[in-house]
Every structure is written in structure tokens, then in C-alpha cells.
Write a protein that binds this ligand. Structure first.
Ligand SMILES: [Fe+2]
Length: 204
């Protein structure tokens, strides 16, 4: 898949030896738990995030503590949020999709933990109309990347059952612009979580 970026090595370059990470070769580590993933992101620079998100190969069960499901909308479940980054697990019932949205000027990586998604990218043309730029399919293990100059996008769970995706934002996205299908304009949306480390029903 063309991410528009060079993902390079599948190993996270660890500049200092971290006892919680298992070294497999000198100066390289493999991320083996969500705690190690959070540690790698916390200790790494933003320029290393593509490598980090590519490097881990956690099983779906590693993310089970963060699951929540809703028939009404996909859920946003916060794994960690700090001043530097935001790591969120999204849980999707069959057919659920996002509105068309931008990313508040931040970088966004999505790793498909399980399932299959359609990503459609849009851009405003010179007449101010939203046009489809590209549409692609992302499956388990795939990574997509977005930043606002690429346009805005929509993700849709096209799996025949539930899907799960991991979203890394750097920095955290406090608000973004959603495309209102009725008015054909973008409206500002304050972001919220459905769960945050066991705190339920935070979404307004
Ligand atoms: Fe997005």
C-alpha cells in the first residue's frame, strides 16, 4: 500500500536500552505489548512514529481491554492521551463509517488490527466542491496515513462482521472539521471518547 511515506525498517530504533523492551539485536527492539507500544511512542520522536506503528505485531487479544461496541456508531476508546500523542482503539460494527473529516492539522496513522476498511480521500476543487481523490481498501495489518494537505477522508468498515483499528494522532486532535452532507459545508467538532481506561460513557 502506498502510504505517501517511507516506512523503512520494521524495527523500532531504540537509542537507549529500555529494560521493558526485549532486545533481539543490538539497538533494535520488537514491541510485544500495548504497554511497550505506549513506551516506544513516549520515548520516540514523531519522525519515528511510522516505524513504531509498523513494527509491532500484537495479537487482537492484546487490545481486548479497550473494546467497547455500539449499534449506533463506532466507538473511540482512548488507550493513552498526552501532550505529545493520542492512541485510540476504534471498534466498528458491520457497515459503520466516519463522517468525512480532516485531522485538525495533525498527523494520523491507522493500523488495521482486524477487519477490512474502505478509505475514501476527498479534496475541495476550485469551485469549492468536495471531490473524490482516491479510494482504497485496507485489511488486517495494513497502515494508512493522513495529514490535512492530503485532503480529508472517510473510513468505512466493509468487513462482514466487526472490525478494529488503532489510531495514532500526533499531536492529539482536540477538534476537527466534519463535512455536513446537508449544508455541504464543514463544521467544527470537539472530539470525545466513549471509554478512557475504564471510564465509560464519555461521549456526549
Ligand atoms: Fe481520520
Amino acid at each position: 500500500m502506498d502510504l505517501g511515506i517511507d516506512l523503512g525498517s520494521v524495527h523500532y530504533m531504540n537509542r537507549k536500552t529500555k529494560p521493558i523492551l526485549n532486545s533481539t539485536e543490538q539497538n533494535h527492539t520488537i514491541i510485544q505489548s500495548t504497554d511497550e507500544l505506549v513506551a516506544a511512542l513516549s520515548e520516540g520522536e514523531r519522525t519515528e512514529y511510522a516505524h513504531i506503528i509498523q513494527s509491532f505485531n500484537l495479537s487482537i487479544s492484546d487490545f481486548e481491554p479497550f473494546y467497547s461496541w455500539s449499534d449506533e456508531c463506532y466507538t473511540r476508546n482512548c488507550i493513552v492521551e498526552n501532550e505529545k500523542f493520542e492512541l485510540i482503539l476504534l471498534c466498528w460494527e458491520k457497515g459503520q463509517m466516519t463522517p468525512i473529516h480532516d485531522h485538525g492539522g495533525e498527523e494520523c496513522w491507522v493500523k488495521i488490527i482486524q477487519g477490512e476498511f474502505k478509505e475514501t480521500i476527498y479534496k475541495m476543487d476550485e469551485a469549492g466542491e468536495l471531490k473524490t481523490v482516491k479510494s482504497s481498501i485496507a485489511k488486517t495489518g495494513d497502515i494508512t496515513y493522513m495529514i490535512d494537505f492530503m485532503g480529508c477522508h472517510r473510513l468505512e468498515n466493509i468487513n462482514n462482521e466487526r472490525s478494529i483499528s488503532l489510531h495514532l494522532y500526533a499531536k492529539p486532535i482536540r477538534n476537527c472539521q466534519l463535512f455536513d452532507e446537508n449544508s455541504k459545508t464543514f463544521v467544527r467538532k470537539e472530539m470525545s471518547y466513549d471509554t478512557c481506561m475504564g471510564i465509560e460513557n464519555l461521549k456526549q
